[in-house]
Design a protein around this ligand. Structure first.
Ligand code: Q9C
Ligand code: ZN
Length: 343
């Protein structure tokens, strides 16, 4: 399986995120990609190649042009106001009943306008790292278009929380959505996105909400208890032409492989019925029992089973790296999904 990886992920190295009332060191850090990259080498998964540059056009297919412009210049504007010694974090957001008539002029106002949490610092290298990650996903989509059965885009920063015009949850550009759209634009009539990250992929859901040509299926911790809290419920089924093309499978804290495998079988049934031409997997390994910010109980060997279950769907499959914060075990867990898929 070809692996697409860029060293530019290192340019996203936030200092701190707001968590449990405190600024703490970022969980989403460069060593995450390093350990996955190292493990891929050990298991000899496949050639590791650099992404090719795709520019802004494929990003504009799923993201708002004003939002992309904001992301591109946010750091420079932040530095003018606050200096380069502090990462850019938003401080306030609009609530229902407040107006959202125009984009604020102030950089602080715009950080809040385009975000939904204070866990996602913008730094000097955020734009370059995020675009390199999107290029990894686009390069992987290109491989599928050329006939590969599978590919792994080792993206960092992750993407599934980023929507058409918002960032959050450590995500800026929605790598999986960009890849799914590029598969559609390359001739696939229908594409399914299967999101196995521990957190609901609210950004991907929002981007494809009213689309009948892209099925979104997500297994995740119940948003009644877990981030992102405001979406991911079972009754969110898509709107308009997309009604029925969104399937959320929220699971309780403490879910182990038993409970997870049942939901994965339900997901497989829905994806099979949709009969897509390609599958994009948002691959987070934060369902692992050892994850520091999550509360599922998957074991390392369960990720082999997850890969086998995904292979059983019998589709050309692009894996796109999302979350997973138990860094020491992240390489093994992610590589297990991929080798379990190939076996
Ligand atoms: N106390 C991804 O896995 N913070 N993003 C959770 C926990 C946000 C996770 C707070 C977690 C975002 C890609
Ligand atoms: Zn996650």
């Amino acid at each position: 399986m070809i692996v697409i990886y860029s060293e530019e992920h290192r340019l996203q190295a936030g200092r701190s995120e707001l968590n449990d009332g405190q600024l703490v060191p970022c969980y989403e850090k460069p060593s995450r990609a390093d350990i996955v990259h190292a493990r891929i080498d050990v298991v000899g998964l496949g050639p590791v190649v650099e992404p090719s540059r795709h520019g802004l056009a494929p990003l504009e297919r799923v993201h708002d042009a004003g939002y992309l412009g904001f992301l591109q210049s946010a750091w420079d504007e932040w530095v003018v106001e606050h200096g380069a010694e502090i990462d850019a974090l938003p401080l306030n957001w609009v609530a229902p009943g407040m107006t959202r008539r125009s984009v604020p002029r102030s950089i602080d106002g715009r950080l809040g306008f385009y975000s939904f949490d204070a866990g996602t610092p913008i730094t000097a290298g955020t734009w370059r790292a995020a675009t390199a990650a999107a290029d990894c996903a686009l390069t992987g989509a290109g491989r599928l278009r050329e006939g590969d059965r599978s590919a792994f885009a080792l993206c960092r920063p992750p993407g599934h929380h980023a929507g058409r015009a918002f960032y959050g949850g450590y995500c800026f550009l929605n790598n999986a959505a960009v890849a799914a759209q590029s598969l559609r634009d390359g001739g696939a009539a229908r594409v399914a996105v299967l999101d196995v990250d521990y957190h609901h992929g609210n950004g991907t859901q929002e981007i494809f909400w009213d689309r009948g040509d892209v099925l979104f299926v997500s297994l995740h911790a119940d948003p009644a208890d877990e981030f992102p809290y405001f979406c991911g419920h079972a009754d969110e089924r898509g709107g308009g032409a997309g009604e029925g093309a969104n399937l959320n499978l929220p699971l309780p804290w403490g879910t182990d492989w038993n409970g997870y495998a049942q939901a994965l079988a339900t997901a497989a049934g829905r994806i099979g019925a949709f009969a897509p031409d390609a599958l994009v997997v948002s691959l987070g390994a934060d369902t692992y029992g050892g994850d520091p910010i999550s509360r599922f109980r998957l074991l390392s060997e369960d990720f082999l089973r997850m890969g086998a279950a995904i292979a059983g769907m019998g589709l050309p499959t692009l894996f796109v790296m999302e979350g997973g914060y138990a860094v020491d075990d992240l390489g093994v867990n992610v590589a297990n999904v991929l080798t379990g898929f190939l076996e």
